[in-house]
Design a protein around this ligand. Structure first.
Ligand code: DGL
Length: 270
């Protein structure tokens, strides 16, 4: 038994799409969430900057005495997992392998699309992860750098006409290739799911890693005998590097629960 919280982080709001699934699957666990909205997007930044931000986020979470860490960001998962695993001595779960596995499972015509941030797509992390599972699939990737700022801007923007126009611009080539499954390789993208689905059409299945990641977290907790005592009420703490007034309403929408005790963190201090 281990009553310490699980630490979850992302460049901003996107990781909340993963946190939601974790809360649904293992409601007895306490959680500390950090979203670096003040410095998002990460996916347009250099590798050095992404790694610097990642380790500041990690130092902040490790200060919260967590028992496990979830890297709820594809961009960080694509660049820093080896470094993180070398330097962190608690279990760490990332999002790319589970997302790739979900996509491979769903495709029927063996044509898989992957969308993500510029950094994630340039890293080739999804192609490698997919090839490890099934080398016979065709993979078509596309970076969609404007999706993260759109998602961070708030619900009003997620389904606006301008969002559809941007999605058409990015997704046209994947549609033309005839992919039957599209991996949302960025944890922000499920927020734009309706817009992406509208552009891709009914025949294309959208998959994200969120549910798979939640399962991986649960399995690891059970395997290591680290469950929280179910008799103690779980505690959820939320931190952002940007305005709490902007974070709380969006966090409430995404998690579908009232969030009113978020705190601002000066992440540069870590
Ligand atoms: N949610 C992050 C991801 O999954 C977005 C990264 C960014 O801030 O660009 O990649």
């Amino acid at each position: 038994m281990d009553n310490r919280p699980i630490g979850v982080f992302d460049s901003g709001l996107g990781g909340l799409t993963v946190l939601k699934e974790i809360m649904n699957l293992i409601p007895a666990e306490s959680v500390v969430y950090f979203g670096d909205s003040g410095r998002a997007p990460y996916g347009t930044k250099s590798k050095e900057t992404i790694i610097k931000y990642t380790f500041q986020d990690i130092r902040f979470l490790l200060n919260q005495d967590i028992k496990m860490m979830v890297v709820a960001c594809n961009t960080v998962s694509a660049f820093s997992m080896e470094l993180i695993k070398k330097q962190v001595d608690i279990p760490v779960i990332e999002v790319i392998e589970p997302g790739a596995a979900a996509g491979v499972r769903e495709t029927v015509n063996k044509k898989l699309g992957v969308i993500g941030t510029t950094a994630t797509i340039q890293s080739g992390a999804y192609e490698k992860a997919i090839a490890r599972i099934n080398p016979d699939l065709q993979v078509f990737s596309k970076a969609c750098p404007l999706f993260v700022p759109l998602a961070e801007e708030g619900k009003l923007w997620w389904e606006k006409e301008v969002a559809v126009k941007i999605a058409e611009e990015y997704l046209g080539s994947l549609k033309n290739e005839g992919v039957d499954t599209l991996i949302l390789g960025c944890t922000h993208y499920p927020l734009l799911k309706n817009t992406i689905a509208k552009v891709m059409g009914n025949g294309v299945k959208l998959v994200s890693s969120a549910q798979e990641v939640a399962k991986a977290v649960k399995n690891e907790i059970v395997r290591k005998n680290m469950e929280r005592d179910p008799a103690i009420k779980p505690v959820y703490r939320y931190y952002t590097s940007d305005s709490v007034d902007k974070f709380e309403p969006l966090c409430s929408i995404i998690l579908d629960r009232n969030v009113h005790s978020a705190e601002k963190v000066d992440i540069e201090k870590y």
